[in-house]
Design a protein around this ligand. Structure first.
Ligand SMILES: *[C@@H]1O[C@H](CO)[C@@H](O)[C@H](O)[C@H]1NC(C)=O
Ligand SMILES: *[C@@H]1O[C@H](CO)[C@@H](O)[C@H](O)[C@H]1NC(C)=O
Ligand SMILES: *[C@@H]1O[C@H](CO)[C@@H](O)[C@H](O)[C@H]1NC(C)=O
Ligand SMILES: *[C@@H]1O[C@H](CO)[C@@H](O)[C@H](O)[C@H]1NC(C)=O
Ligand SMILES: *[C@@H]1O[C@H](CO)[C@@H](O)[C@H](O)[C@H]1NC(C)=O
Ligand SMILES: *[C@@H]1O[C@H](CO)[C@@H](O)[C@H](O)[C@H]1NC(C)=O
Length: 437
């Protein structure tokens, strides 16, 4: 069924410019940032061994962390064994970027703090806004592909997600400040440099890897990431409840970035940290992992895979998962489901031999079920080209809203899961041609 999420989305046409004309510069800037980030995730081609300029306002807090964020440090994460670089998908960023403010008289070798960069005096000298405007747009990206240069379908969601701020007339400082209440970090990009204010520690290294992704983005698209100021929350659950920002409260609607949202909330979704790596549980960045999954897929053809629906994970984080465990095969019944509990402590001791994702593409059917919120496992499950059974999701991430039932996955209702899984597996095993595409 579905292959990688990247392959699962169908390019669509460019959006008409007309509807954008009323948007404020800030929403436009955020949109552009987004545009570039999402492209950056999907075309991310290799480890970046040095990082882009970054200054951290609160160095002491970061000192205990691995120093991957300092200006000249080279990270020690191993390079992928040399292989001919694959042709890089290139999207033409058809939404032209506003001219960036010109670089001021700040020596590039000097680390700046955000306060300094934002101080009114930083721009006091000869450089005024009018001279900055004379700086030409960055050169267009080389035109390579035909189809891939068109915006992917899920870009539509970005427009939808940002619509409430368009309707409110733009994003104000008060809105951003309100988003601070639950944010883990604030990201400011000025003239291609990232500044991070760490507001609260994040779980594990989610913040670090999210920021690392942003640094790779700045590297990859020099001059194309607009100046911006945003708040990022690394916690699983969305918190910006739409019903609390009706009427006059709409003027303080916080634009808060996080990894997932649902139908009741207005959090702005952004690719999750695991696209750039999740070292605590040995998950490589998406780019490297995707290659392994592809070769895992080739190792056992669909027809020769075990004719059951497989799931492995931690059932203790959600009631719905505990219900799923009851669908496991037992002496009384066989719902065609093979459910396994992930024991992280044991896995860590065994060097993750049992949790190698690429060796998990050996069942014809794989189950995706949400945990405490959406689960990062979705992309790994979809990337095994087994038929994916998706159990009634409540949350969405940045790409999942374009996945189509019966095209990319088989939907399983929440009630009566066990027999619906059995039905799907029986159907697939008796319609092998249809089930494996
Ligand atoms: C930065 O570069 C300037 C000249 O480009 C040099 O005079 C200065 O000493 C450098 N500062 C540091 C901290 O390296
Ligand atoms: C900014 O410039 C003004 C006048 O030039 C000066 O009085 C003030 O101290 C400067 N502020 C900073 C933070 O340097
Ligand atoms: C564009 O598409 C045509 C037909 O699909 C193909 O022949 C051509 O090689 C493509 N060009 C590039 C640059 O991929
Ligand atoms: C506006 O926000 C306040 C405080 O959060 C809340 O008490 C009130 O119910 C909200 N009003 C609307 C119309 O949602
Ligand atoms: C599901 O059943 C299999 C086979 O009997 C067993 O190995 C596995 O531990 C069971 N899973 C759970 C979560 O109990
Ligand atoms: C969320 O809204 C979409 C679009 O209206 C709908 O298709 C979907 O079923 C809703 N999801 C949930 C969990 O209610």
């Amino acid at each position: 069924m579905a292959t990688a999420p990247a392959a699962a989305v169908i390019p669509d046409g460019r959006r008409s410019k007309g509807s954008d004309s009323s948007s404020s510069p800030v929403t436009t800037a955020i949109f552009l940032f987004f545009f570039v980030v999402v492209v950056g995730v999907l075309v991310s081609a290799r480890w970046i061994t040095t990082t882009t300029h970054l200054s951290i306002t609160n160095l002491d807090q970061w000192r205990s962390k691995p120093a991957i964020l300092t200006t000249t440090h080279t990270t020690s994460i191993p390079a992928i064994p040399a292989a001919p670089p694959p042709p890089r998908a290139t999207y033409s960023l058809s939404c032209s970027a506003p001219p960036l403010a010109c670089d001021l008289d700040i020596p590039s070798n000097i680390s700046q703090t955000l306060d300094l960069a934002l101080s009114p005096n930083a721009s006091s000298a000869s450089a005024s806004a009018s001279t900055c405007a004379a700086i030409p747009d960055p050169p267009p990206l080389p035109a390579t592909a035909n189809a891939s240069s068109i915006c992917p379908t899920y870009f539509r969601s970005i427009h939808e997600d940002l619509h409430p701020w368009r309707a409110a007339g733009g994003i104000t400082r008060a809105m951003v400040d309100r988003a601070r209440a639950t944010a883990n970090f604030r990201l400011v990009v000025i003239r291609g440099r990232a500044y991070i204010e760490r507001i609260a520690p994040a779980f594990q290294t989610r913040d670090l890897f999210t920021i690392w992704g942003i640094l790779q983005l700045l590297r990859r698209y020099p001059g194309r990431v607009p100046d911006l100021d945003l708040m990022f929350d690394c916690v699983d659950w969305p918190v910006v409840h739409a019903d609390q920002y009706q009427g006059e409260n709409a003027t303080v609607l916080p634009p808060l970035f996080r990894y997932c949202g649902d139908n009741e909330t207005l959090d702005v979704v952004f690719p999750d940290w695991s696209f750039w790596g999740w070292p605590e549980i040995n998950i490589k960045p998406w780019n490297a992992l995707q290659k392994e999954l592809n070769s895992g897929n080739r190792r056992v053809k669909w027809m020769y895979r075990q004719p059951y629906a497989y799931w492995k994970g931690n059932p203790d984080v959600a009631a719905i998962r505990q219900e799923l465990v009851k669908c496991n095969v037992s002496s009384e019944h066989d719902w065609n489901a093979r459910i396994y509990k992930q024991d992280w402590v044991k896995e860590i001791k065994a060097g993750y031999k049992q949790s190698n994702l690429a060796s998990q593409c050996i069942h014809r059917y794989k189950i995706y079920i949400e945990g405490s919120a959406w689960s990062v496992s979705e992309k790994y499950i979809l990337a095994c080209d087994s038929m994916t059974l998706v159990v009634a999701p409540k949350y969405y991430d940045f790409y999942s809203r374009v996945l189509m039932p019966m095209q990319h996955y088989w939907p399983v209702r929440d009630d009566n899961k066990c027999s619906l899984i059995k039905y799907a597996v029986d159907w697939g095993n008796s319609h092998k041609q249809e089930a494996q595409i």
